[in-house]
Design a protein. Structure first.
Length: 476
């Protein structure tokens, strides 16, 4: 019954329309047939009522016949004749309404029996002395007449019951058609529409959490496929825009870091300049060992400046996401190096990360996570002094990476929303509200989790849990 719903060339609109029209047409056909049956039932009920009246009339004829034969009263004879005429009139009415061949034959036989009975009765006549054989013939004709009337009566009753039974079947079929159509439409809605909507709702929730994934379109070329394909196009566009926002956020963070980086670069450049001036002034006069120390100092400062510039380039460069076994300590150290220039002198940065702790990381993305959290912590400090600590420890099957500060902390009403896109507690123009949302997305790409907590006193704590690297895939 549901096979037509699987036809791939029909759209959902067409299937729903067919699911409504076909039952309506079927119900209309059943209704027409049932109306015809009701009309026939009405005629049969009329005939059954006439047959019942006819049977009673004939019984009255027999009653007056017996009275006449017993007592010889002329009025009984006349009354019997009057009832015979009444029975004949009823037969004529039944013959006009009868549509069934069996009924017509029964009526014709009864009419002939009435004529025979009336002829034999009139042959006796009032006060006539009838031979015994004439009386027996009259009684037999009366008995035949009664039997025929009962046959007609029983036949009409049986026909009425048959029509009622047939009408019940028709109504049952109509009801089953309606129920089957309702079940088919419910199946269609549940399978083709509601299930697809459920998948889209779940995918929308995933997108709200920063997880972009496309859906597999159904094979049928219908509206659900069109909706899912449009949803996939939207998802890809959102993912592309999200990547743009991430890069813009990185560039924004890079702009915040630039002034401090310039100061960091100025120190090695000053040292290089001083060493060069000394070598120029002492050219030809200084000892080779002294000149070697100056050149070594210049090389050390060049390497220091190169590391600073390299850190900026690594942070700002847009690369594909790639996980590989990476020591966590250098990633944290690189983030500290980039953020230190933006940290006021009264705020101390400290880290406690085991050197041998290796995780499956995208180093650039994880450094971006730490820079966002550290910059947020620095900007949240409302006192001239404070502390920011980054620590890592193995916790069961995961590594807990904790970023904790001694700032004002996070309000209770904000704890559940800090990772929502564009949600910020900073003043207008001070932040986009994308930093923690990007952090959340990066951690999820690492198959990890991040939660914001309030510390026992002042301050906030962000706990990142990352899967522990298994033996055989890298050192742990």
């Amino acid at each position: 019954m549901l096979q037509w719903l699987r036809l791939p060339h029909l759209t959902i609109r067409q299937k729903v329309l067919a699911g409504v029209v076909i039952p309506v047409l079927a119900f209309a056909v059943v209704g027409v047939v049932s109306l015809n049956s009701l009309t026939r039932l009405e005629t049969t009920l009329t005939l059954m009522e006439m047959a019942d009246d006819l049977s009673n009339t004939i019984l009255e004829v027999r009653r007056y016949e017996k009275n006449y034969l017993l007592y010889g009263h002329g009025e009984d004879f006349e009354e019997a004749q009057r009832y015979i005429d009444q029975a004949r009139a009823t037969l004529l009415a039944m013959a006009a309404d009868a549509r069934d061949g069996r009924s017509r034959r029964g009526i014709a036989a009864l009419d002939a029996a009435l004529n025979t009975y009336q002829a034999k009765g009139q042959a006796l006549g009032p006060a006539a002395a009838a031979p015994a054989e004439h009386l027996d013939a009259l009684r037999q004709a009366g008995k035949d007449m009664v039997d025929l009337s009962l046959d007609i009566k029983n036949a009409e009753r049986s026909r009425t019951l048959a029509l009622v039974s047939n009408l019940k079947r028709q109504l049952l079929v109509a009801g089953l058609c309606v129920i089957a159509s309702a079940l088919a439409l419910a199946w269609l809605l549940a399978r083709k529409i509601l299930r697809a909507l459920g998948v889209i709702v779940q995918a929308t929730a995933d997108i709200g959490q920063g997880r972009f994934k496309t859906l597999t379109p159904p094979q049928a070329d219908d509206e659900t496929r069109q909706v899912i394909e449009a949803f996939n196009r939207m998802t890809r566009e959102l993912e592309r825009r999200q990547a743009q926002l991430v890069q813009e956020k990185k560039l924004s963070s890079l702009g915040v870091l630039t002034s401090g980086i310039a100061h960091q670069l100025n120190n090695p450049l000053n040292n290089i300049s001083t060493s060069c001036q000394i070598l120029i002034e002492e050219h030809g006069q200084c000892e080779p060992a002294f000149a070697g120390r100056m050149l070594a100092n210049i090389q050390q400062e060049v390497l220091r400046a190169r590391d600073i510039v390299k850190g900026l380039l690594e942070f700002s460069r847009a690369k594909d996401f790639s996980l590989k076994p990476t020591p966590l300590a250098p990633v944290v150290a690189g983030a500290f190096r980039l953020v230190s220039s933006q940290t006021p002198s009264g705020i101390t940065l400290s880290r406690d990360v085991p050197e041998d702790l290796i995780l499956n990381l995208d180093a650039a993305r994880m450094q971006e996570v730490l820079i966002n959290l550290l910059l947020n912590a620095v900007q949240a400090m409302d006192a001239p002094s404070g502390a920011i600590t980054v620590s890592a420890r193995i916790d069961g099957e995961a590594v807990a990476l904790v970023v904790e500060d001694t700032g004002p902390g996070i309000a209770d009403e904000d704890l559940g929303r800090v990772f929502d896109p564009f949600y910020t507690t900073k003043e207008v123009g001070k932040g986009t509200g994308l930093g923690l949302s990007i952090v959340f997305g990066i951690i999820e790409k690492h198959q990890g989790s991040i939660v914001a907590e309030k510390t026992g006193g002042r301050g906030a704590r962000f706990v990142i849990r990352l899967p522990l690297l298994r033996t055989g895939t890298g050192a742990a």
